[in-house]
Write a protein that binds this ligand. Sequence first.
Ligand code: PLP
Ligand code: COI
Length: 340
Amino acid sequence: MEKKDLDWSALGFGYIQTDKRYVSNFKDGSWDEGALIDDANIVLNECACVLQYAQTCFEGLKAYTTEDGRTVCFRPDLNAERMYNTALRLEMPPFPKDRFMEAVKQVVKANEAWVPPYGSGATLYLRPYMFGSNAVIGVKPADEYQFRILTTPVGPYFKGGVKPLTLCVSDFDRAAPHGTGHIKAGLNYAMSLHPIVEAHKAGFAENMYLDAATRTKVEETGGANFIFVTKDNKVVTPKSGSILPSITRRSLMHVAKEYLGLEAEEREISFEEVKDFAECGLCGTAAVISPVGKIVNHGEEICFPSGMEEMGPTTKKLYETLTGIQMGRLDPPEGWIVEI
Ligand code: PLP
Ligand code: COI
């Protein structure tokens, strides 16, 4: 397979149009058979439900070239399942999970020349998404939908790669109790645009959102979950019904316990205890594990002992083990790696 002529190691997290995308349409109560197509543009009615009422959701996963030259995806079954649950919450017809898996394989295969080479630091990002496509003017779900998967080669989500980030505690709420924080709805990201622009203007990489009801507990950032390491080397991560159940975070908890022999716990984390942690990181498909060096809460700084130059030692072990599994350097738990 001849790869595209790109400067892979210079890629940031941006959109680059690739050759093929997968499309399936839902009409008259069923999904059509789906196809790979060339056209990256979508023509919609002016009154399409997605345009008026934001009836849209998405997923994110990656394809990797392993050390021995295979093309693989990481736990796509969990993306299929999460998108299924998201669709139900948004009154959209879920895309069948087995077809999701099949579509992932087809679209990666068709764009194999765009899967960055092993060791380049880049990966092929897959963005499955779905939206209400027919015209709707009264507030109700659409009757017709489109499911698509686009692919784009990406480098690190945060500029500077693995340099520790500085975050700020947001004055805005991300998700209400009993709202949509636990699903991957486009609307969760629309609401985060103003807070992220404000955070960037003030020199921060991301927002730390607290729970909307009490503003005392740590939730997540706009695009990643938190992991913390305690001073006695336990890995802890926030438990909340209004954060996205990150596949990376769930995988890291397993890696911490089963590969590194660490204690790992998902529990409520009060903002008060953050200053006592030894390390902090953001985890997600795009973020992988991005270390956090400092969190600023209205001028008050929390500086983690791991500092602003390097990842903390336990975060680094987690990072190396997870990426080792993804790139085929370490044996994966059963079912984690799907070969294309
Ligand atoms: N939290 C939010 C809000 C996200 O958008 C993402 C990205 O998908 C994550 C967490 C991380 O989830 P995952 O590890 O499944 O990519
Ligand atoms: C991901 O990590 O896949 C995400 O969806 C996060 C962000 C790009 C929205």
